[in-house]
Design a protein around this ligand. Sequence first.
Ligand code: GCU
Length: 678
Amino acid sequence: GSGYDAWLGAPPASGDARRQARAWMEFLHAPEPAAPIAAALAELRAAAIGLTGREPQPGLPPEDGRGIVLGTPAGCAEAADAADGLPDDPAGESYRLVERGGLLVVAGSGPAGVLYGAFHLRRLLRSGAPLAGLDVAERPANALRMVNQWDNADGSVERGYAGRSIFYLDGEFVPDRTRIRDYARLLASAGINGLSINNVNVHARETRFIGEEDLPSVAAVAGILRGWGISLYLSVNYAAPVEGGGLDTADPLDEGVRSWWREAADRIYRHIPDFGGFLVKADSEFRPGPFTYGRDHADGANMLADALAPHGGRIIWRCFVYDCRQDWRDRGTDRARAAYDHFKPLDGRFKDNVFLQVKNGPMDFQVREPVSPLIGAVPRTNLLVEFQIAQEYTGQQRHLCYLVPQWKEALDFDTRLKGEGSTVKRIASGELHGRPAGGLAAVSNIGDDANWTGHLLAQANLYGFGRLAWQPELSAEQIAREWAELTLGDRPQAADVVCGMLARSWSIYESYTAPLGVGWMVKPNHHYGPDVDGYEYSMWGTYHFADRDGIGVDRSSASGTGYAAQYAEPVARLYESPETTPDELLLFFHHVPYTHRLRSGKTVIQHIYDSRFEGAERAQGLLADWESLRGHVPEPAYSETLERFRHQAEHAREWRDVLNTYFWRKSGIPDERGRRIY
Ligand code: GCU
């Protein structure tokens, strides 16, 4: 009841599920020994025991019996027979599940494909779906499906809301790696195939991870991940050659620096032959980078790319580069422009094994942002779209905020870069611009809390990210339902109620926090709780410009920062005018009077009041919904989550009152409905 098994536990199953399992799971066979196939076999075996109470027999079933066989065409005759409908996939991750004459074949184009197929079959088994006549085939839409840990060697987790790191303790790798294994299993079951294991902010201790002393520990973790089809990546310190590396420069064009990184790469691959590559945060928020040496980001990324290329490694280079020492008096600088302004001119210069990792929005994982205009604007460059599963600005896993709908909206957004249908998901996968590979990355939301994510329901975000990265066509509702049924089992009431709560949670969170896309209004540093002017006079470039007459940031070309023009037409035109900008983004793009009428018909000020009041009420409704599940969700999960909903309801009222009071005092315009404002 703690939530540790998450969506891979054995909650009560329906009669249908047990019947299907009894019919099909008496025999279980996998002729190939490769690690991910062994894991697939173990998963199905455990599922069989959970559903039938019986241990399946090894080997193929007798002539007219039924059973399951797993394998690849290369090593399993039944999989070879099923190969006709198995999607081509050079990465070996595709699979086909097909029933033929009583034999259920899980055929993978490679060992990882078998594992993904087994997890798919496990979902079907748990749902009780009939298996006779089954024939489904899948291939991931994205080649890279990555999670980024922001874990530090001291055991802390940057923006971690679920306890301490499961990877490190007091400056060392944890001796007991059970949780790493269990985490890898969760990730693989959701479709993740890459994991960077340390924070993008690399401190002195983690800078040494690429040294001879730590590589055996890194390799041990890589070995665990490999068993689940996951490649290990490291965040590296761009200045490593100077910070403990014995050189006096980290200039990417310096021959000594180049050979320093080549040697580092050779060393890493001696320990980890299938090492994924480096994740790099350079020249960003006080991190070192090529700018120090008068070089640009193509020089920096390519130098590292050259070092890893002989081994097949990748450089994932983050585009979160902006001036974080801005003078708030300087109205000419717009942080939202930064990623595009820095990277667009470099298109075409990056090596084939470089991927630019671009945050979904131009600012920083706010509850509402437009899609980053850099996404799609570098057609000759590989790209990953970055999301944040960790709820830094979306309630820190104390408030419920199911983020899959937010990510879906970004992925479905039509940039119009190559005409209609130029969606973010087609750019991310590489398809739109004919790139060889692409994908999605996201900041993890887990820690050593018993249920991984602090808030039990925040598990749905981790699961959902993996599922979306695998297949962005899945709907947010489908993913919520899968997660809820797998996690809460055959308690239809619980799954239904929880799906409803997940579905409305983002809109609820948005409606009591910063309004109409303007962002922030949080307490500085830890970013939790309302503080309307918390960042207004800071150096971070995150302003709302509220005065007695109005609010918002003018990012139009006509009178503002010109950010709107970074989009392709007709999107640029849409955002250029307050009349055509969608309400939810109005204050992101325009400074308007409080009396400005939204497309909804309400004035801005009345919208602020109404939605704060409604938001707080709807947060109270989430609590009531959860209370209706007493007895339907096991303890201690029920009570722990109840506490969080109580806090959310209370904290939503705090948000409501701080924001309403602030804007009432600023504007002097009363609430039309005369509700209590302080
Ligand atoms: C946010 C976050 C930082 C993080 C940064 C990043 O600004 O608050 O903690 O380091 O994003 O993405 O690099």
